[in-house]
Design a protein around this ligand. Structure first.
Ligand SMILES: Nc1ncnc2c1ncn2[C@@H]1O[C@H](COP(=O)(O)OP(=O)(O)OP(=O)(O)O)[C@@H](O)[C@H]1O
Length: 305
């Protein structure tokens, strides 16, 4: 595995808060990673430090094997799309795109123009005067068309409607397939980006709680729907993450994969196996992790909104 992003014991302390606490992380090159966590978990801080827009209080960062801070060799290879991006006062979208063309060597102007039409970005409205969704679209277009080797999207969907969000996911995946690169997306909409990401990183209170390939994570649990006695029989001594009863029918999410004989037994007893929601699984697993870390969090608190 080749590493694109590496943090070694990175901390970021503010006078009143510790945003990152001794974070060590290696993210694989040419993969799409999801950075998930509750409000204030440290996602933006981590991204700001990895993209050299902020300095760590201690620890080291390597992007494509180099320190990114004040490094003219590696900075053009990094794109950071964030909500509070500042633009020149009277800038139109085309001005932001020209600036991006200067900043990113692999910029594709035709792709940017095509995306601007698809996202319906107005040509003659100053970015400052655009709606929130239109401004987000400008950022998303820059993130995709920059083709930067390492691209960070910090909650890129703010203000984007459902059609525009789907367009973002589709176009990002298409362009990623033809131009592989390393992408990190922070999001609260876990199930919405689940099909996009290959690797999940969950951060909470400035620390990494979980890092795992999505497929592996999904295999950790199953959800069964069927008669209570049949489901209980299969569940056996497995750890139950979630349980709902609807009359005699129950819906139970439990840890542990099923073997062939258990699958056969489920068919015979008319118990259905349904896909586990990644959002549910992460919420439950991190609540468990929190409890075992003996933090003061209430286990019912959720990682995602
Ligand atoms: N400039 C700052 N001064 C003081 N504290 C800060 C500053 N920036 C961030 N923090 C604190 O650091 C912690 C992490 O903030 P960060 O913005 O990284 O979280 P986040 O995971 O991106 O949250 P959200 O999902 O709400 O955007 C929070 O407790 C926040 O209050």
């Amino acid at each position: 595995m080749s590493t694109a992003i590496e943090l070694k014991r990175v901390s970021r302390r503010y006078r009143s808060a510790t945003a990152l606490q001794d974070v060590s992380l290696r993210l694989e090159k040419d993969a799409i990673h999801g950075l998930l966590g509750r409000n204030g978990a440290g996602k933006t801080t981590l991204m700001s430090i990895a993209t050299a827009q902020d300095w760590p209080s201690s620890g080291e960062v390597r992007i494509l094997g180099q320190r990114p801070h004040e490094n003219e060799q590696v900075l053009p290879k990094i794109c950071f799309v964030r909500e509070e991006q500042r633009y020149v006062d009277d800038a139109l979208a085309k001005h932001a795109f020209s600036a991006a063309a200067q900043a990113f060597p692999r910029w594709d102007a035709e792709l940017a123009a095509q995306l601007a039409r698809e996202f319906r970005v107005p040509e003659k409205t100053r970015i400052k005067k655009m709606s929130r969704g239109q401004r987000s679209a400008v950022g998303v277009i820059i993130g995709i068309a920059s083709r930067a080797e390492v691209t960070f999207f910090d909650e890129p969907y703010m203000g984007l409607d459902a059609v525009a969000r789907q367009l973002f996911y589709d176009r990002l995946l298409e362009d990623y397939a033809s131009h592989p690169r390393t992408v990190v997306i922070s999001s609260h909409l876990i199930d919405e980006i689940a099909h996009l990401i290959e690797n999940v990183v969950v951060i909470d209170q400035g620390q990494i709680l979980l890092q795992e390939p999505v497929e592996q994570l999904r295999d950790r649990a199953v959800t069964l729907v069927g008669r209570a006695d049949a489901v209980a029989e299969i569940a056996g001594t497995r750890e139950v993450l979630h349980h709902e009863a609807m009359g005699r029918i129950v819906r139970t999410t439990m840890l542990g994969a099923l073997d062939d004989s258990e699958r056969q037994a489920l068919i015979e007893r008319d118990v259905e196996i349904v896909p586990v929601s990644l959002q549910q699984l992460i919420v439950r697993l991190t609540a468990r992790e929190d409890a075992s870390n003996q933090t003061t969090l209430n286990p019912s608190q959720e990682v995602a909104r």
